[in-house]
Design a protein around this ligand. Sequence first.
Ligand code: NAD
Length: 252
Amino acid sequence: MDRLKGKVALISGGARGQGAAEARLFASEGAKMVIGDVRDDLLKATADAINAKAGATVARAVHLDVTRAADWRNAVETCEREFGGLDILVNNAGIANMKGLEQTSEEEWDAVVNVNQKGVWLGMKSTIPAMRKRGGGSIINISSIFGLIGSSGSTAYHGTKGAVRLLTKAAAVQYAPEKIRVNSIHPGLILTPMVEEAIPSQAELQPIVQMTPMGRGAKPEEVGMCVLFLASDESSFVTGAELAVDGGYSAQ
Ligand code: NAD
């Protein structure tokens, strides 16, 4: 019940999918949080549902486009003003693009890099000063199995998710002396709106399920439990680590 008691979190991409699942889980473990997203209406509905269940305002919704430094400043200021500080960042927001190398346009490349890679760096840059004031913190960057291994498409996505893996390790080394831990999570097939939109037909989804040793996709909460562990003090000596949450996909 109280694994995050007294902690304040900021979750990007919290309107739906894994980010929303993490927000619900964090609230059930005693955290207060700001959730940010570009889908404002859905984001508000997610925060309202969390607050209704908690019977108090434990989640504040703020418009956060992770590519904009001003939005990050506002999100961090909201954490400090409403909840007294910031201890945990989940860099969860991301966009998919399944196109291959020659099929990817320069505009698509820039859009994916801006959200998935620049957004993660800006998130860390914007929140570390607030964590420093608290004497430490925990950052969880959501990469992908596509940040660990290759496939025949998703070129820009692979590039950005691979970058997140090493951005994480570099930040872990730089900020270890300040007790700010930084780890990456590498989800496999997680059944969220992103997958429903990118892979709408069962015919396209089934081969990915079959390539997963556990033979299924996961619920977003199954990633959320791992994020919760890395966010909490239970992982106090874990930094610079990469955790595959993929039913064995990347072990083959
Ligand atoms: P999702 O599309 O359901 O949720 C992603 C959220 O990010 C959405 O609410 C979206 O509005 C938000 N977002 C997009 N651009 C944004 C921006 N510029 N600023 C702020 N928010 C923005 O997807 P999901 O499956 O929950 O994905 C969460 C993370 O997990 C992503 O980083 C994704 O790349 C990663 N991931 C997902 C899978 C999967 O199978 N679903 C696998 C590996 C990695």
